[in-house]
Each structure stands twice: as C-alpha cells, then as structure tokens.
Design a protein around this ligand. Sequence first.
Ligand SMILES: C[S@@+](CC[C@H](N)C(=O)[O-])C[C@H]1O[C@@H](n2cnc3c(N)ncnc32)[C@H](O)[C@@H]1O
Length: 442
Amino acid sequence: MIGWHSDTVSEWRNVSSQKTIKVAELFAGVGGFRLGLEGYHNPDEPNMELPAAGPFKTVWANQWEPPGTEAKQFAARCYRARFGEKSVVNEDIHEVLDKYERGEAEIPDVDMVVGGFPCQDYSVAKPLSQAGGIEGKKGVLWWDIYRFLKLKSTPESPVRYVLLENVDRLLKSPASQRGRDFAIILSCLNDLGYSVEWRVVNSAAYGFPQRRKRTYILAYLTGEEWDLDARISQGLMAQAFPIDAPEAKMIQHVKIPADPYIATRDFNKDGKVSPFMDAGVMQDGHVATFKVAEAYEGARRVLGDVLVDESDVPDEFFIEPSQLPKWEYLKGSKSEDRVNKKTGFTYKYSEGSMAFPDALDRPSRTILTGEGGRGASRFKHVIKTEDGRYRRLVPDELDQLQGFPRGWTNTGMTDGQRAFCMGNALVVGVPHAIGKVLASLA
Ligand SMILES: C[S@@+](CC[C@H](N)C(=O)[O-])C[C@H]1O[C@@H](n2cnc3c(N)ncnc32)[C@H](O)[C@@H]1O
C-alpha cells in the first residue's frame, strides 16, 4: 500500500545503523514534508503518532508569512508548537540567505532540500556567462531555492536530493509561452548537476481521501546514465507512484537550453501547448515526458472516512436553513449577464454546477486556502449530516484530508487560519511514499 496507514510506527526509529539523511525544509508551512519524511513521535501526544519514511532528520527549517497576508506567522507558530521552539527560522528566506552570505547566520550542511513553492514568473534577464550569475525577479521564491542549493551544495557536502512541490499549472506556465517556466527550472537544476524526475500526482488516484493534483520534482545527483524512455516508468517516482509503462509513440522528447536565459527567450516560443506532460525525466538537458495512467490497486479512503463525531462539531459550522439558497446558487450552474465594475461593460458569465452537498463516498475536492469562515462559497466543502442538516468541514477534518494528524493545527489559530494553513499544505503521504523509496537506496 502506498500511503503511511499500513506502516509500523517504529519501523525506522530504532534503526541506528542506517545513515541519517539530513533535511532542510524550505517554505515549511506547518511541516507537511517533515511529517511525511520523519514522521511524528511525541509521548505526550500519542494520538498524533505518524511513521517515518526512513532515517530522515530535519535539521533546519524556514517559514515566513509575507506581510499583507492576514496570517501573522501562524504557520511558524504551529511548527514551533509541534517541533520545538528552535525548530524553524521565522524570517524571509531571502534575508536569511543574505545573512548567511555575510557570515551572520548559520545553516547546517544537509543531504536533502524539500519545499513547496508558488507558481511565479521565473524568467531571467541575462545570460549565465555574464558576471553575477542568474538574475531572477526579486520575491520569486524559486530563486531562493536555487540560491540555497548554490550556497549549500558543495563537493565536500553535496545536497544529494531535492524534493519540491508546486501546482500542476507549473508545467504549462506562462500562458504567453507555454512550458517556459518549467524549462527554466529544469535548466537551473541541470546547471547544478542534477538529474530530474517529475510527476503530477493526483493523491486520490493512489488511495488518499482528497483529490489534489500537484507537481512533485525530485532532483538528485547520480553517476548512473539513464535510458530516458525506460526511466519514466522505472525511476524513483514511478516506484513511489506506479504507472503503466508507456508505448514508445506516447513519449515526447524535449531539449532544455543549458542557459536559463536562453530558455526564457526562446523556449517553445511559437508553441500553443506545453511539451511537458504529467510524468517526465531529465538528464544532461534531455527530457522524455508522457501522460501517465496510474497503476494502483490498493485501499482507497474517502471524505466520509475523516469525519469527526457530530458531537464535536460546533454550531457555527452548521448552515442555517435560511442561508441554503445562497449556497445552492453559488454551487449551481449559471449563465447570466454581469457588469464589469471597472469598465461598465456587460458580459456573459457561465459556469457549471458543483456537487452539493459533497459526496461522502468519494475523495474530497482539493482544499483551498479560503476553505474557512462562515460565508457562503462555491469552493468550500459542505456535507449533509445523517439528520439532514448541512455543515462545513471542521479544521480537524481538513487536517486529516491532508494526512496530518487530527488536531495538528490546533495550536492557537482561528478556524479560518487553520483552514488557510491546510489549503497551503500538501498530502503528507506523498513525500512519505517518495521518502520510502529514497530510504531504500541509502
Ligand atoms: C505552499 S506553502 C508550503 C506549505 C508546506 N509545505 C506545509 O506543509 O505546510 C508555501 C509557504 O511558503 C511561505 N513563504 C512565502 N514567502 C516566503 C519567504 N519569502 N520566505 C520564507 N517562507 C515564505 C508561505 O508562508 C507558505 O507557508
């Protein structure tokens, strides 16, 4: 079985012979990668126990909520509450790396870097050959990952593995030059000497109780020369998340420019669709990619499996009957004239209907950051209780839909902030499955 449900909790904890894989968790949020890789064990909280994927140890973490967002470092506070006061550096990663370069901050050597980062504009303004190296836009977090690797991966202490998470849209962005941004990322990783496997993993296709499609990028240092076409269905990602082997005609080959500036300028300039599909591998700038068919026959969990006892649901999560028409309207299909507030022009607005209430016998839809709060919304989950009432999901249920222990984010946040953190987080079982494969190599 892929997820962590069937593991024995202490599987790795007592294994002292295996060398620890030291991890730095960037953009750590409330610790999804850390939980997936090293599990959780606190004698005071036996209900939160999660198994480790292997001998992983997070030795450094960074999390900082930029100003302007309503959260006030709640994720970092949750991280500290769970992993200890000194477990996370709560400062803008860009400034932390500035300080490190000036010798004013320490970052320990690590074997692995993990992190979930946003889909942004990764374009670069000048060629690699010019002095000063790559120059990406300020505030674009990819460049801080790249800089971290440049600073911390040395011949004496190489960062062997990099595991990153992003939205599935990453493979197609930007709309004006499909696939350019991912080509820039691949070009950078290639420049740093990494071979890469990527996969868009839809967690529900592998038995998890939430449909969440995210791109996972696994970059690693290897002396092995790959047969690219075979690697897609035999590599580490495919071991963690099995797929049917593709027929040769389904595989597309792409060449990645050695310089990210050239990728910015030229990649897929006239193409209407991105060449990158939901599985792929890259070595020495050569890519093979294809659209996967998942091969999974294990157990499956559904939304109904994570529901808490009705007596634990506060009244405010139940929807007043007088409010139901508003929810029904937002969830329903519509085709209506609307007026653009800025231009005053009338336009036709159409959208299809959403399931209302959400089905309990299927995996849930993706949790978004706006899931919390009482206001009616098209995207919040609403379920029907046995006595016929309608209610929103409580934060303990959102924690579990992401594979976090129930109550993980119950560290002094409001319900809305807890929902926000879960909307930002990942399905813990995904890095866990990948971690198990990495641990088996060590
Ligand atoms: C997609 S979320 C990752 C969530 C995480 N994987 C988890 O399990 O909770 C990205 C995180 O990066 C943080 N972040 C954004 N800008 C940052 C910066 N400049 N420095 C450090 N962290 C930042 C956000 O606050 C957010 O928590």
